[in-house]
Design a protein around this ligand. Structure first.
Ligand SMILES: [Cu+2]
Length: 265
């Protein structure tokens, strides 16, 4: 072993990382990764609000925003993985004998450290953003509203019914006045169901032995879908109805047309 070989073994700070980042396979994979990351960031920001169901409540608005931000946060991870996959596919070995292994990345300390720090930071941002959003004032105001309208939601095989104790009426369609917080008290009379008014961004289990609660404030006029999101038997797929967010005036006139004897129509 010559003196030069001995000198080469001494680690120079930052040298392994620099060497790694100058490799052509790393450069090309990174380039693919950056392009794919950019595509996901643009798609997430521009199209998520269009692809998601219309945001008709404070909760659904928060969910669309959360999905967009989480797409941005996860875009670099997905971009790097797909970038490496694309590079590998384009440079795949043709022939019968397998190619020799490249240098191991898992033993390259600085590279492992860099990737661990970057992904940990992304995960931390996701956790902090999620917690902040969960406790945001718009959601908390529906949760703590004293003037909330209570709707008792009853799931049964295979239909939903809604009791409005304040008005002494019952309906198979979920009518709600705009901008008034609503508090859903959800139960089932038979098996487990899941109450899912899609565009309101609420999804909560309907159990037989325990009442579950969910709150939101409808913010947009129009019809929305109410589905069951828990496989509950033969006609689960048909366990759906419609709802509508109405002006206060329309809601009051709808209430007056309902039978006060809690007759489900
Ligand atoms: Cu169901």
């Amino acid at each position: 072993m010559s003196q030069n070989d001995n000198l080469d073994l001494k680690p120079v700070p930052g040298e392994r990382l620099k060497k790694f980042l100058r490799r052509s396979d790393v450069l090309q994979s990174t380039l693919f990764g950056l392009i794919i990351t950019g595509v996901f960031i643009i798609l997430g920001g521009k199209y998520y609000p269009e692809w998601m169901p219309a945001a008709m409540s404070t909760d659904m608005k928060a969910i669309v925003k959360l999905m967009t931000v989480f797409t941005w946060i996860s875009a670099p991870v997905c971009g790097v993985v797909l970038g490496i996959a694309l590079y590998s596919f384009l440079n795949r070995h043709k022939g019968d004998t397998p190619p020799p292994d490249g240098p191991a990345t898992r033993t390259n300390g600085p590279v492992v450290l860099l990737w661990s720090v970057v992904t940990s930071a992304l995960a931390l941002v996701a956790v902090l953003y999620g917690l902040t959003e969960q406790n945001s004032t718009s959601l908390a105001s529906a949760r703590n509203a004293e003037d909330a309208m209570v709707v008792n939601v009853i799931g049964s095989q295979w239909a939903w019914s809604f009791d409005y104790p304040e008005y002494g009426i019952s309906s198979h369609e979920l009518m709600l006045p705009i901008d008034r917080p609503v508090s859903f008290k959800v139960v089932s009379v038979d098996v487990n169901h899941s109450f899912w008014p899609v565009q309101l961004g609420v999804k909560v289990d309907a159990n037989k032995l325990a009442e579950t609660l969910a709150d939101t404030t409808p913010t947009k006029l129009g019809e929305f879908d109410v589905k069951c999101a828990e496989l509950c038997g033969l006609y689960h797929a048909y366990m759906e109805t419609t709802g509508e967010v109405m002006t206060e005036e329309d809601f009051n006139s709808w209430v007056s047309t309902q039978d006060g004897d809690r007759n489900t129509k």
